[in-house]
Design a protein around this ligand. Structure first.
Ligand SMILES: NC(=O)c1ccc[n+]([C@@H]2O[C@H](COP(=O)([O-])OP(=O)(O)OC[C@H]3O[C@@H](n4cnc5c(N)ncnc54)[C@H](OP(=O)(O)O)[C@@H]3O)[C@@H](O)[C@H]2O)c1
Length: 245
């Protein structure tokens, strides 16, 4: 993926990693439009970053995805990059029946939301000379954090979906890139001050430099994500799973 002169829609760009990616990609000379459910956040972003476009979207709702798609592609017909950043992460205790509500929410947003976004945008993106879909998995797709079973499973699903999508779209203009973040200091799971998570700006700076260094990249794995990403290959999966437990 070329790093500048794209028009990029980030679904899930109202906070955390998505917003930082929006700001850094804007600095690199891209037009960026961010989406999310929180309309007050969208307004704040419009006020503080007037070059960034905004659109309301709830990826749990197919109609909302279609409306956002229509709005973004009508106002930005040169759109050529989709980033499926939207996601949720909540702890689940499988010994209590109410975990199922969390599990269903997680599957709806993280898996179905991503797949529905991709389904909505593929026909449009495939008309562009150069296009990309960036999906967001997690290092936890490769060794699970046992307190969040469905989250881990949802990110493993995104990994395998992206692997398959890349093969199916190989004869189109759409490049498929998976970003597998390590723990990053966002409000997700209340880890905004966690010393064991990466600062957001450092994480996104490393992502951008990896994209620049390898425009043909299939996966973006920053140094801090590599131990989990490669645990099985490195033969220390059990050791890392014990640590995460
Ligand atoms: N932080 C980490 O340690 C970490 C590690 C690995 C992977 N990730 C992944 O990185 C992505 C961003 O997470 P983050 O850490 O930056 O957390 P965050 O600040 O909570 O960001 C989540 C984003 O997703 C959006 N979102 C959630 N549900 C949505 C829905 N139904 N429809 C539309 N947008 C929705 C939120 O916007 P609204 O609330 O405005 O809708 C927000 O913009 C997620 O996919 C997450 O799983 C994070």
């Amino acid at each position: 993926m070329k790093i500048s002169k794209n028009t990029i829609f980030i679904a899930g760009g109202t906070s955390g990693i998505g917003l930082e990616v929006a700001l850094r990609l804007t600095d690199e000379g891209n037009k960026v439009i961010v989406g999310g459910r929180r309309l007050e956040r969208l307004e704040e972003i419009r006020n503080s970053h007037p070059t960034i476009g905004t659109v309301g979207i709830n990826v749990d709702d197919k109609d909302s995805i279609r409306h956002a798609y229509e709005e973004v592609t009508a106002s930005h017909p040169d759109l050529n990059v989709l980033i499926t950043m939207s996601g949720i992460m909540e702890p689940e205790n499988l010994k209590t029946p109410d975990f199922l509500q969390v599990a269903e929410r997680t599957v709806t947003t993280n898996i179905l939301g991503t797949i529905r976004l991709v389904a909505q945008f593929i026909p449009f993106l495939s008309t562009k000379d150069s296009a990309a879909i960036l999906t967001i998995s997690s290092a936890l797709a490769f060794v699970p954090l046992p307190i969040t079973p469905t989250y881990n499973a949802s990110k493993a699903a995104i990994h395998m979906f992206t692997e398959s999508m890349r093969v199916q779209l190989a004869d189109t203009s759409i490049q498929c890139i998976e970003i597998a973040p390590p723990g990053v200091r966002t409000t997700m799971m209340g880890q905004e001050n966690s010393e064991s998570a990466m600062p957001i700006d450092a994480f996104v700076a490393e992502v951008i430099s990896l994209l620049k260094a390898n425009p043909e990249a299939k996966e973006i794995v920053v140094e801090a994500a590599a131990p989990l990403r490669n645990a099985e290959i490195n033969g220390n999966y059990d050791e890392i799973l014990t640590m995460l437990s």
